[in-house]
Design a binder for this molecule. Structure first.
Ligand code: PLP
Ligand code: COI
Length: 346
């Protein structure tokens, strides 16, 4: 299979249409088999549930080419399970978890020419999503849904890749207590758009959201969880019912403990503690691990000792181990790597 002629090293995190996408429909209480299509356009009634009441959720994962040339993806079963949680919370029908993984595999195989070569710095981002598709005017769930998966080749989420970023403490909230912060609902991202545009206009790369009830505890950013490293080398990561349970963060907790012999604390993190940490990073599928060099809280700066030039040494070790597992040169824990094509033969 010949790869597409793409300048892999220059890719940012943006959408590029590929040939095939997966589509399944839910009607009369059941999912159809689903199939690949070349049609990237969706035509819906003006009153579809997704347009009126934002009944939609999504997932994000990546496919990689390993050192030995296999095409793999990372823990797709956890994306399937998280999407099922999102659907239940939004009164949407669950797309069966095993079928979700099969559909991811089928879609990546069909677009294998877009999976970046090993060592290119790029990956194939996979975006499963679902939405209410039939007309709904009273406030209630739709009866019909569409589940789709498209893929797009991507580079780093933040310009500059592994260069530390500067973030600010946001005055806007992301998720209410007992709300939808713990699921991947489109509405969480809609309400973060004003905050991110404002942050960019003020010269910041991202927002740090605090807990809306007390504004004393660290939650997450618009698209990633936080990890902190203490001065004595422990990994500390915020625990809250209103943050998205990041698959990357859960994997890093395991890697820190079982591969790097670190102590790991998953607990409430007071914003007041942040100034005492040695390193800070954002973790997620898109972000991988993006180091944070500086946090600005209404004019007060917290500058991490790791500085603005490079990743701190502990975050670098976590990054190298995580990406080493994803790219196949470090042995993965059982079940983490789903092989899609052996030696590029799909
Ligand atoms: N938090 C938010 C709000 C996100 O959108 C994401 C991205 O999926 C994450 C965290 C990271 O989650 P994961 O590591 O599963 O990609
Ligand atoms: C992901 O990391 O997959 C996300 O969905 C985050 C988003 C900011 C792109």
């Amino acid at each position: 299979m010949e790869k597409k002629d793409i300048n892999w090293g220059e890719l940012g995190f943006s959408y590029q249409q590929t040939e095939k996408r997966f589509v399944a429909n839910f009607k009369d209480g059941a999912w159809d088999e689903g199939a690949l299509t070349e049609d990237a356009t969706i035509t819906l009634n003006e009153c579809a549930g997704v347009f009126q009441y934002a009944q939609t959720c999504f997932e994000g994962l990546k496919a990689y080419t390993t050192e030995s040339g296999d095409i793999v993806c990372f823990r797709p079963d956890l994306n399937a399970a998280r999407m099922a949680d999102s659907c239940r919370r939004l009164e949407m029908p669950v797309f069966p978890e095993e079928k979700f993984v099969e559909a991811v595999v089928e879609t990546v195989k069909a677009n294998a020419a877009y999976v970046a070569p090993y060592g290119s710095g790029a990956t194939l981002y996979i975006r499963p999503y679902m939405f209410g598709s039939n007309p709904v005017i009273g406030v209630k769930p739709a009866d019909e849904y569409q589940f789709r998966i498209f893929v797009t080749p991507v580079g780093p989420y933040f310009k500059g890749g592994a260069k530390p970023i500067t973030i600010r403490v946001s005055d806007f909230d992301r998720a209410a207590p007992h709300g939808t912060g713990h699921i991947k609902a489109g509405l969480n991202y809609a309400m973060s758009l004003h905050a991110i545009v404002d942050a960019h206009n003020q010269g910041y790369d991202e927002n740090m959201y605090l807990d809306p009830a007390t504004r004393t505890k660290v939650e997450e950013t618009g698209g990633a969880n936080f990890i902190f490293i203490t001065k004595d080398g422990k990994l500390v990561t915020p625990k809250s019912d209103s943050i998205l349970p990041s698959i990357t963060r859960r994997s890093l907790m395991y890697i820190a403990e079982h591969y790097l012999g670190m102590e790991v604390e998953h607990r409430e993190v007071l914003f007041d503690e942040v100034k005492d940490f040695a390193e800070c990073g954002l973790c997620g599928t898109a972000a991988v691990i993006s180091p944070v060099g500086k946090i600005v809280d209404h004019g007060k700066e917290i500058c991490f000792p790791s500085g603005m030039d490079d990743m701190g040494p502990v975050i670098k070790k976590l990054y190298d181990t995580l990406t080493g597992i994803q790219m196949g040169h470090i042995e993965a824990p059982e079940g983490w790597i789903q092989t899609i094509c052996k030696h590029g033969e799909c």
